[in-house]
Design a binder for this molecule. Structure first.
Ligand code: ADP
Ligand code: MG
Length: 244
């Protein structure tokens, strides 16, 4: 479904991603962990070309984007539509109701009518446990609720893959748990996901595979439980020892 081949990213002379190879099968859930500054966010941003890679190739569905070749508008649009992103900050529109926050991009991007978009939004809000908040404004919602709204908004565009960049880092632990529960439900229902996270329990229990990054490289990857409990590399051991 998603393939990264030798993806590299430099900012000036600073090598931030160094030859990343990654292959995701449909329905696979991959957790990426690693120290701050190791390139995790940049990797996600390179997948949907928010940050164009300096080298390598990204293939998603039928779309291939090669570094150095400016992608056509159509390729870029296909790729972006196929990728749903959820960030640490929820970035909801404060002047729109919860329902309209989930609906508005559907009208623009998917050309759905307002009625149709609102109907789909209601179903998605129910799925993330927030049907009763539809007519509220985001400011009346907790951080955990706002993040679940952001997830519903991303799902509304029917992405092939969901990328999460530390979705619970800004939340109190208890509110983080309700977001993780929604993510677990998505994973169990077959969504293909890459999750950058500090939640070691989520990485071990929910994801199929864990990738540990350091200094712009994948230093270790494998079946979640094996990597988390019995890392093979010194760098991975050092990181896990520090965070566990
Ligand atoms: P992580 O998400 O693992 O903490 P990031 O991908 O955010 O790491 O950053 C990796 C490195 O790339 C850091 O050293 C960061 O300073 C650098 N970096 C990220 N974005 C930019 C940018 N737009 N310009 C320059 N350096 C950047
Ligand atoms: Mg980051």
């Amino acid at each position: 479904m998603l393939t990264l081949e030798a993806v590299g990213k430099t900012f000036g002379s600073h090598v931030v991603l160094d030859g990343i190879d990654l292959r995701l099968a449909p329905g696979e859930v991959v957790a990426i962990i690693g120290p701050s500054g190791s390139g995790k966010s940049t990797l996600l941003r390179c997948i949907n070309q928010l940050e164009p890679p300096t080298s390598g190739r990204v293939t998603l569905g039928g779309t291939v984007i090669e570094a150095g070749h400016t992608p056509g508008r159509r390729e870029l649009m296909n790729l972006r539509r196929a990728v749903g992103m959820v960030f640490q900050s929820f970035n909801l529109f404060p002047h729109l109701t919860v329902l309209r926050n989930v609906s508005i991009a559907q009208e623009r991007v998917m050309k759905r009518s307002r009625a149709e978009a609102d109907k789909i939004s209601m179903q998605l809000l129910a799925r993330v446990g927030l049907a009763d908040k539809a007519q509220q404004y985001p400011s009346r919602c907790s951080g955990g609720q706002q993040q679940r709204i952001a997830i519903a908004r991303a799902l509304a565009l029917e992405p092939q893959i969901m990328l999460f960049d530390e979705p619970t880092s800004a939340l109190d632990p208890e509110l983080g748990l309700e977001v993780l529960a929604v993510m677990r439900e998505l994973a169990e229902n077959g969504m293909t996901m890459i999750v950058v996270t500090h939640e070691m329990h989520f990485a071990e229990e929910v994801s199929d595979r864990v990738i540990i990054m350091a200094d712009g490289k994948i230093v270790e990857q494998g079946v979640s439980r094996d990597v988390m409990r019995n890392p093979q590399t010194e760098r991975a051991r050092r990181f896990l020892h520090a965070v566990k």
